[in-house]
Design a protein around this ligand. Structure first.
Ligand SMILES: [Fe+2]
Ligand SMILES: [Fe+2]
Length: 472
């Protein structure tokens, strides 16, 4: 069951060949996907790219590496192995068998959750489409394309569920996933952060650190779902996501490392004119990407998320490691909140209603690990500046803090004060222009752009100077 069948037009481990109707439906979606990839996927022409392709869904040796022409990448449908004894871990149905079909009363909600997740996957490919033109090295270019093909595969993962379990409605939603586009006026992507462009590689590293990490946490909640095919799909997606996290984490590491090198070499903090990204600009990029990613967790108090949990559709991060009753009917949580008059308080809410904040807190804890890493690079170089994550209410457009102005260190200020100081908090037009000016492509094996250090290790044991990409 775990081995993936590559003889089929659509590689899969779900025995697609045994369901001719489903197979035909997906085979008629496939050319539309490829058309979308040609039109909205990577704009830089290449001959081939050193990519990993999933060949198995087991723990060991699940991927194969080799040079592949991008349009010939084998996008397919891979679910983690089924545990025939799996029980629902939370909510009203706790202890019952996991669902192999969609219960009628949860059809609309489950479909909505799958569509929202599915919409983010192609959106990020669209956002990153032009980045290949300015890649700092072939190694980075390869990583970008790896992320892109896997986000494309994640779209396949969600489209499979829509086709296999949601009938005609599901098929219609699968069409729509290719028709909405990031930043489009008429048909934008569903979530705000996925309509922002990723204009440069610093933004790409910040995006894969902060925004892709939101994706990791959302997938973590769906992996707990009582709807077993969704759970198994997300479990396998999480395996691929680990690489995307690595790209973001080490990407920012390498920018910080290079900044520090340039500061030492020139004995100044002012390294903008010396081909680097100054520390304060890095902090502003972190502030921006972190705050827009926090918005993706939705409202601070949400009855929807409470209902999803109780119904068993969406669990908590690492649900089974929690030591409470997994029903939360009588539990309370304390969340940060802002009163209408602008006073920051702690507020007690039913734990079920506060589940978005529970997930957000897990995410914040994870993000702070990155900041610790980057501060360790500064400390090792003897630099006594530190990075920090801004206050949870900083620059927020969703939830209790939206409509308020809160500084990165958590002071509530009026609009005039904000306007006077915002250039210290968020990237300015000049900062962005400077970063843009650094984005000169480097396509020679073993060479790298001025603003970022080379990686410590290559991909799959290959050296940094390996020919990861052959340009067309
Ligand atoms: Fe993804
Ligand atoms: Fe991702």
């Amino acid at each position: 069951m775990t081995t993936i069948d590559y003889c089929e037009r659509i590689p899969n481990n779900v025995d697609l060949a045994s369901d001719r109707k489903l197979q035909r439906a997906l085979e008629s979606w496939q050319p539309k996907f490829l058309e979308w990839w040609q039109e909205m996927g990577p704009a830089l022409p290449t001959q081939d790219v050193y990519l990993r392709t999933a060949v198995d869904v087991g723990r060991e040796g699940w991927a194969h590496f080799g040079h592949v022409a991008l349009p010939e990448y084998r996008w397919g449908i891979f679910l983690s192995e089924r545990d025939p004894n799996r029980k629902i871990a939370f909510g009203d149905h706790k202890g019952e068998d996991a669902w192999q079909q969609v219960p009628g009363e949860h059809r609309a909600d489950l479909q909505r959750l799958i569509v929202i997740q599915g919409d983010t996957e192609p959106a990020s490919v669209e956002q990153q489409r032009r980045l290949g033109m300015t890649a700092p090295s072939l190694y980075d270019l390869r990583n970008l394309f790896q992320v892109n093909v896997e986000e494309g595969r994640h779209l396949w993962a969600m489209v499979y569920l829509l086709h296999a379990y949601f009938g005609r409605n599901g098929r219609e939603e699968a069409e729509q996933l290719l028709l909405r586009n990031s930043g489009s006026e008429d048909a934008p992507r569903i979530l705000g952060a996925f309509n922002e462009e990723t204009p440069d590689w610093l933004s790409f590293f910040m995006f894969t650190y902060f925004t892709d990490r939101d994706g990791k946490y959302q997938l973590g909640t769906l992996k707990e779902s009582a709807f077993d095919p969704l759970s198994r799909t997300c479990e396998f997606m999480l395996k691929e996501e680990a690489h995307h996290m690595m790209v973001g984490t080490t990407g920012v590491d390498r920018v910080v490392t290079r900044t520090v090198e340039l500061m030492k070499e020139h004995d100044t903090e002012d390294i903008a004119s010396r081909g680097g990204v100054p520390l304060d600009v890095l902090q502003k990029y972190m502030n921006f990407h972190y705050s827009v990613s926090l918005d993706l967790f939705g409202g601070d108090a949400s009855t929807n998320v409470a209902n999803y949990y109780t119904a068993g559709l969406k669990g908590r991060w690492l649900e089974e490691r929690r030591t409470d009753d997994h029903r939360l009917r009588d539990a309370f949580s304390t969340i940060p909140f802002i009163e209408a008059d602008g006073t920051l308080i702690e507020k007690e809410l039913p734990a079920l209603t506060a589940l978005n904040v529970d997930l957000r807190n897990e995410y914040i804890g994870d993000c702070s690990n990155g900041v610790k890493r980057w501060n360790a690079i500064l400390a090792d170089a003897g630099i006594d500046t530190t990075f920090s994550l801004p206050h949870v209410g900083f620059n927020r457009a969703v939830g209790t803090f939206s409509g308020h102005r809160i500084t990165p260190d958590g002071k509530v200020v009026d609009q005039a004060t904000w306007d006077a100081q915002v250039t210290d908090y968020l990237p300015t037009a000049d900062d962005k222009k400077h970063v843009e000016s650094l984005m000169q492509p480097v396509y020679e094996p073993g060479k790298i752009a001025s603003w970022v250090a080379p990686p410590k290790t290559g991909i799959n044991g290959q050296p940094f100077n390996y020919e990861y990409v052959h340009l067309a």
